[in-house]
Ligand binder design. Structure first.
Ligand code: ZN
Length: 302
């Protein structure tokens, strides 16, 4: 898809509008001036195996179309840690059209499918890895019945790191951290960091909350463990002025086409972006989960 022939932006009503290139350029420049940085969240780049796991997949063909669009529109990819550094420096080291590509969990198809595509287009990314399942399969996915999906190996992890992809932590066993006693949650966070640092021989600075569930105490723990950022979901475009321990990401779905992606990146609206009302509701849900999680922990005597 060519950027100089865009005609797919839609108003909130769903009505399509044509936007000439010059206007698009203004929109993109404005977005950059406002220090907005879209962080895209992918999981598995593969064809769906069963309906339960389908929301976590994007086909290789769709992924290729997303990358092609980003390339043609002159986006420059950065890692989450580069963004966190830019936040501390007022954004002076940000490229003019930044985008961050993140991949959660550490499926083997990141190595076999996503990485070659990223390299073809010259993009970097941040991969968030669940350390208990390295060299194994997705054993925590019992409810979608996807426990046999291959995860990356230590050898692949070293190659991914050598290719300039940032490797971040995503806990050890992928639990919803806000439902755990804080000491257990801390162990999950620390263990994943220490193991990754042992495997990679270098510091690991970025973290992502499993399922996007977090609260204030978890943010404090992640910070105290030495991470410079933590990614949530929140369905919004991130900004330099955001909390680095609750970074907003746009979840990319199996049916996210280039039109939908472009609408989110260029206007900050559309199906990928939560409305202010939905964002308030999501924050309330997180708070309620956190309260009940603590209650549950005390009842369990933890
Ligand atoms: Zn995950």
């Amino acid at each position: 898809m060519q950027c100089n022939n865009l005609n797919y932006l839609k108003r909130n009503s769903g009505e399509s509008i044509e936007v000439p290139l010059a206007e698009m350029e203004v929109i993109v420049v404005l977005a950059t001036e406002q220090h907005n940085v879209p962080i895209l969240m992918y999981h598995s780049i593969s064809s769906p195996a069963n309906s339960g796991f389908k929301p976590c997949t994007v086909s290789p063909e769709s992924f290729n179309e997303h990358l092609s669009y980003l390339k043609q529109c002159h986006y420059t990819s950065i890692t989450v840690t580069q963004f966190a550094k830019a936040m501390t420096r007022g954004g002076i080291c940000l490229p003019s059209r930044p985008v961050i590509l993140t991949f959660d969990d550490g499926y083997a198809d990141f190595y076999t499918t996503a990485l070659p595509a990223l390299q073809r287009y010259g993009f970097t990314a941040t991969l968030f890895i669940t350390t208990a399942f390295i060299d194994s399969t997705s054993r925590w996915l019992q409810y979608p019945n996807e426990r046999s999906r291959p995860m990356i190996t230590k050898t692949q992890l070293a190659e991914i790191n050598a290719c300039g992809i940032e490797c971040g932590a995503h806990t050890h066993t992928h639990p919803p951290l806000d439902m755990l006693p804080l000491s257990v949650a801390r162990d999950e966070i620390v263990r994943s960091k220490e193991l990754l640092e042992e495997y990679l021989g270098q510091q690991v600075s970025s973290f992502a909350y499993p399922y996007g569930y977090y609260n204030t105490r978890l943010q404090q723990i992640v910070r105290a463990c030495g991470f410079t950022s933590a990614s949530a979901i929140r369905r919004a475009i991130s900004s330099l002025h955001d909390n680095p321990y609750a970074l907003a990401r746009l979840a990319i779905w199996p049916d996210t086409d280039v039109h939908t992606l472009a609408t989110a990146l260029l206007t900050g609206r559309g199906p990928l972006v939560a409305s202010p009302v939905k964002r308030i509701r999501a924050n309330l849900r997180l708070h309620v989960r956190s309260v009940y999680g603590k209650f549950w922990s005390h009842r369990r005597g933890a």
